[in-house]
Design a binder for this molecule. Sequence first.
Ligand SMILES: [Zn+2]
Length: 394
Amino acid sequence: MTERIYYTEPSCRVFEATVTHTSEHDGRPLVTLDRTAFYPTSGGQPFDTGRLGSVGVVETIDDGDEIVHVVSAPVAPGTHLRGEIDWVRRFDHMQQHTGQHVLSAAFDRLFENRTTSFHMGAEVSTIDVAREATSGEIDRAVDEANHVVWEDREVSVWFVSADEAARLTLRKEPIREGTLRLVEIRDFDLSACGGTHVSRTGAIGIIAVTQSERFRGGSRITFACGSRALRVFRGYRDAIAGAVRILSVLPHELPSAVERAQLDSKDLRKTVSRLQGELAGHEASRLLEDAALVGDRRVVVQALEGWDAAGLKAIASSLVAQSGVVAVLVSAGNPIAVVVARSHDAVLDSSKGLRMLLDRFGGRGGGRPELAQGAGLVGTIEDILAAAREVVSA
Ligand SMILES: [Zn+2]
């Protein structure tokens, strides 16, 4: 059975121990010690990493009575060695975990809103509370929690029997039997917990909520403490600095500036669309002047430069709004697009005509007897126009 140094000395970062057992799992060497300060993943807190003698500890696992260290290279049984925890990583976990106790206790004391789960991620952590929390409630809980941080209250650990625990008011009910480890934040919170915590609340630094969302009938609240809160702040600062530089406004003016830019852009899109429509109309008039008269139909077969597929369609629609017109328009650029269209009173199956062009020059498309559109044709413009003339005279 491994002695868990972190239970009684959570600030221990260097320790001496003896290897009691070694094995291998999935090609990864495993080491068990007589005692360890390495914390295994449990209770929402991730595992510690660090060194055992000359090898690295890449993961720590709770295996019931034993703590198993996944190491970077095998170690011989019986070896006496020095263990050292990656303290930057562990201290960060202690800040987040203790901050979670304080924040959960604040929701509990102010609003009787219990924390049902806790998860510590790589960047931010979350608690889930049983009832939906309003943004006003979240602000009040965060204020209360930070007062407890700044009062620098003592965080103590003690052990009690299950009987003794039953007589105490615990915020978080124990899930273990037998001797319980209690974590107390003086005059604020008492919970059963096996994790590692800072020894005074001041070491949490600050507790900041970055987001909240509805979750399973309650709320999922995302928060960051200490160094992580500073990192989140720096990320926001850089993002806001970039946005205010581009928009030339003050930070508090950003939401209205973005809204204004979106409205402007919507207006511009409308104007561009109207002007394109007008331009297509003028282009259609010009083409009609040069139209060939074939029987009682005016025939327009033209290659046009500088128009995309939507532009071609707009011109074709404008052409066939007149009576007695059949038209095949080809975009002169790459990829080659084509529109076949006819007036309501002219004789031509546009979709059949398009099909003949696509069969010969490749590409895809389709449409109705009045108007059909295709793209991706391969060939010279001259060949396509010659084929188009056959199509409209057929
Ligand atoms: Zn805890």
